[in-house]
Design a protein around this ligand. Structure first.
Ligand SMILES: [Zn+2]
Length: 97
């Protein structure tokens, strides 16, 4: 699976192999990262839980009872980080349509 919008780390998103010897062997010149196994295996359980909490928090359902002031600082930070990444992805996706 090609991960459009995520740069290939092997070639620095140039699409060429180191030293200019043909296409990058990691992305085959597409300049984006590839995923060769189940995406769930790339993300650990804590990250999946953070994404789930962030999705619930978007609808006002925070991990702990109460509002944002009742949450731990680390929970608020990770939820805001997930929202930031999701929002940036949505903007990027909308720009490509
Ligand atoms: Zn590459």
């Amino acid at each position: 699976m090609w991960l459009e919008g995520i740069p290939c780390e092997a070639c620095g998103s140039t699409g060429t192999a180191a030293g200019g010897g043909g296409p990058c062997r990691a992305c085959w010149g597409r300049r984006c990262a590839t995923l060769t196994r189940c995406p769930k295996r790339e993300v650990d359980a804590r990250v999946l839980k953070a994404i789930d909490y962030a999705a619930c928090a978007r609808h006002g359902n925070w991990p702990r009872a109460g509002g944002i002031l009742d949450q731990t600082q680390s929970a608020v930070q990770v939820i805001r980080y997930v929202w930031s990444e999701e929002d940036a992805f949505a903007v990027d996706r909308a720009a490509k349509k």
